[in-house]
Structures are given as structure tokens and as C-alpha cells.
Design a protein around this ligand. Sequence first.
Ligand code: RIB
Ligand code: CA
Length: 326
Amino acid sequence: MTSTHCGKEAELARPIIIDTDPGIDDAVALLLAFASPEFDIKGVTVVSGNVALEHTVRNTLQVCELADRRDVPVYPGCTRPMLRDPVYGLFSGQGGLGKTELPPPTMTVRETHAVDYLVAALTDAARAGEPVTLCTLGPLTNVALALAHTPRIRDGIESIVMMAGAFRELGNRSISAEFNILVDPHAAHIVFEAGIPIVMLPLDVTHQAMATPARIDAIRAVGNPVTDVVADILTFWDRKDSKRFGGRGGPLHDPLVLDYLLAPEHYGSDEARVWVEHSSELLMGHTVADFWGKTGEKPNAKVVLKVDADAFFELLGRRLAKYARG
Ligand code: RIB
Ligand code: CA
């Protein structure tokens, strides 16, 4: 599929940069973004997260080529969190895309490091008065370091829409923290304290979007090479943990970030002041929210807590169906 942004569509398209650590759910998020002309994808920055950076970069390039989007510039980012030792994901498999082997990528990453790209692109966006929406799907290391490098890039960010954190769902990679925050809590702290508008999609909402066997079958029934891969990797993603999730399937975290931008009517949210715990070993990466104004502190995030999962999967299926048949 080739993207042609022409005329009106190009003018109206929302400029976005996606920061990602593919990762099975990241791959589905990228494929949703690539199939959505509402987005003017300025670039994709890659971070170490679900798997090491060499794999997250390779997976990103392979997904770009699967989507026939060799036009999207991909920038390699940080190989590790700012301070803590790396912690990797448990559910995307050794290489990060389950058991699925995509053809070795022929496109290459850009020479520019992701942090340098973010500084340059967001500085230009601020200067042009055309702020970019930052969609973060992994640990916030690249974004935090870009803010530490040049704080005024915040003027080039319309908002950060992030899959991150947990409240009533407590945690996943630890009993008290969600993975993207746990991997680099110091980076997350910098981002949450930067005064940038944040839309946060925590486990509380992503656990409502379960890629059940029935939903995977509906995706596979579309019958193009992209939906074949998506159905395969989501089958691998199945937690098979009905006690935890109330049924079969895996929570489809990252694509909700893009769906939120495409169809905000699918979601319900509350404003809150959110903090990130970055010193207690027991609660490292825990996200704490004041939804009720008890602390007197101004909210720093819109926290998304509800999703119409059927509507999301319906939109996802329609968008994936736009890819060419083999
Ligand atoms: O906790 C879920 C998040 O961690 C998702 O972004 C998943 O891809 C992993 O990065
Ligand atoms: Ca991710």
C-alpha cells in the first residue's frame, strides 16, 4: 500500500511522530497508523523496551516494509534506560514478533539518532507554529533525553498521547508498575513534570481491549498479507489467563493510542495530577493519580479509563482491510 497525501487530505492530516519498541502490540499500532491517512507521519523513533534495540529497530523496519511504507523515516534511539538496568517484555517472544519471521529488512535506519531527530524536528515544528502530536508506545527514554537536551522543544509538541501507567490495574511487569514506566521511571518522571499536555492510556483502559480468539478470527478473515501477520502475532500474544483477564486473548495496548486520535468518541477520560514513583524499590515505576484535587495541584494529564472495545476492533479491522491483497 502506498500512502498518497494529496491536496485537502495532506493539509488536514495530523502531524505525528511515533516512538515505539516493537513488540507485538506496537507492530499492530504501526500498521493501524500506516493505514490511516488522517496522520502525517513525520517519523518513527525506536527505543529499547520489549526487546533490545537491535530487535526493536529490525522489527520496525520489517513492519514498515510489510505495510509498503518505505517512505517513513526510522531513527534508532536509546539502547537502555537512563539509570536502571534494562528490563525486557515477556510476551512478544525472543525477537519481539512472536514466532513470526518477516523478510529481512532492505530499508535502513537513518543515520540521525532518535534523540537528535526529536530535538531537530520538534524545534522546527515550534518555529513553524505547527506542533506535532507525539505518540509514545514504549519506555520514555528518547523523549526524556530530548527534553533534557533542549527543553524548548515542548513548544513543538501539541500533546503526548502515551500508552503508559496503571491505576486500579496496579501493574503488569511488576506487581506495582506498568512496563513502559517501570523500564525507565526516571524518564517518565521527566516527561510528566515537563508541563506538556499528556493523554495517558493506562492498563485500566488497555485491559478492556482484549484480542480474543473471535476478534483474531475476524482479522484473519480479512485475508491480506498484513492481516495474516496480525492474526499470527496476536495468536502468540494470547495470555491464556482467564483468571487475570476474564477470558482468552491478550490486551491490545498500543493501537489504542492511535485509535484515540482517530476516534476519540470511543473513549472516556478524567483529568488528574499524575506522579511517577522513581525512588522506592518496592513501588518503582508506580503511577499515582489525584483525580479529586486533594493535593491542590493542577492536573497534568488526561487519563483515559474507558474504551468501546468493539468499536475499536471494528475500526482496526476496517483499516487493516485497506492493505493490498497478496
Ligand atoms: O505495558 C504494556 C506496554 O509495554 C506496551 O507498550 C507493550 O508494547 C510494552 O511496551
Ligand atoms: Ca510498546
